[in-house]
Design a protein around this ligand. Structure first.
Ligand SMILES: Nc1ncnc2c1ncn2[C@@H]1O[C@H](COP(=O)(O)OP(=O)(O)OP(=O)(O)O)[C@@H](O)[C@H]1O
Length: 268
């Protein structure tokens, strides 16, 4: 996975977004006046206590749930226009592959649905993307024949077929064991480093956030809001050697302390 495939990317602008669920006494503010920019080609992770609104923020940007107030633009377009133009790639927590389709057919499916609407769009070769994700030998297999990590890689590859400006990932590796998780995150990093999309990546893992990100958004709960944004100054390209550096450990301390402050607890 080394040939450079640099493409034009877009950015996300979230301005004063608020969102509540429920009515009356049960009304809860899940996002309170959240503003955030994700620049072209920037990898931003969101971390924070359970229920602080991380997934809700991602869903608002993806156009899956409307904000009560505020605006979101993707590469200058409204979310509605951006989703219509396939500018947003989404990787959910579980791979959600169709079990009766091969790996190749799963990845090619979004291109084959409503082909007419794809005129003028940049489409990536599914085989090439699968190859880059180390799945070249698995193209004719069915999801049930793959490990959980491989299935999740297929889901990530599928998100790249439309060459989206923005990639939204909601804890894509959370179901994997730690060793597999590390392997998958390094694979993603390797691919992303030569396909610099604007990424919003929700995670509960501090090392994962540091390893992948340019910036880490720490959210607080009740109401869900951005508490702090931490710059990750580690040089790129990054490899697993980064874990052993003093700079990585220092950053880990900073992020964990910030999380502890946010949670008002001593253990994260
Ligand atoms: N559709 C919904 N209807 C009502 N409440 C909801 C809905 N979706 C989310 N919530 C509530 O909004 C809050 C934020 O949820 P969200 O899933 O965004 O948090 P999160 O930070 O991603 O949590 P986790 O880390 O546990 O995945 C939670 O209290 C949740 O119960």
């Amino acid at each position: 996975m080394s040939s450079p495939l640099l493409t034009v990317t877009g950015g996300v602008e979230v301005s004063n977004v608020s969102k509540s669920y429920g009515t009356g006494d049960a009304r809860t503010t899940v996002l309170d006046n959240v503003s955030l920019s994700i620049r072209m080609g920037e990898f931003v992770s969101v971390i924070g206590p359970s229920g602080c609104g991380k997934s809700t923020l991602l869903k608002v940007i993806a156009g899956l749930t409307p904000a009560d107030s505020g605006t979101v633009t993707v590469d200058g377009s409204t979310v509605k226009a951006a989703t219509k133009n396939k500018m947003i790639g989404l990787v959910p927590q579980s791979p959600a592959l169709l079990p009766w389709r091969t790996v190749l057919d799963n990845v090619a499916l979004p291109m084959n649905v409503n082909r007419g609407a794809n005129t003028g769009r940049t489409l990536r070769d599914p085989r090439e993307i699968l190859d880059r994700f180390g799945l070249g030998a698995a193209v004719d297999k069915y999801p049930s024949q793959l490990s959980g990590g491989m299935q999740q890689r297929v889901a990530i590859a599928r998100a790249f077929v439309f060459d989206p400006s923005v990639l939204l990932m909601d804890e894509p590796f959370s179901a994997l064991d730690e060793m597999n998780r590390d392997k998958q995150r390094l694979g993603l990093l390797d691919f992303w480093q030569s396909n610099r999309k604007a990424v919003l990546f929700v995670t509960h893992s501090v090392p994962e956030a540091i390893m992948l990100s340019d910036r880490i958004v720490v959210m607080a709960a009740h109401p869900g809001r951005i508490a702090e944004i931490i710059d990750v100054t580690l040089p790129r390209p990054r490899t697993e050697d980064v874990y052993a550096t003093d700079e990585f450990r220092d950053l880990e301390g900073v992020v964990r302390t910030t999380l502890r402050n946010v949670m008002g607890e001593t253990h994260v």
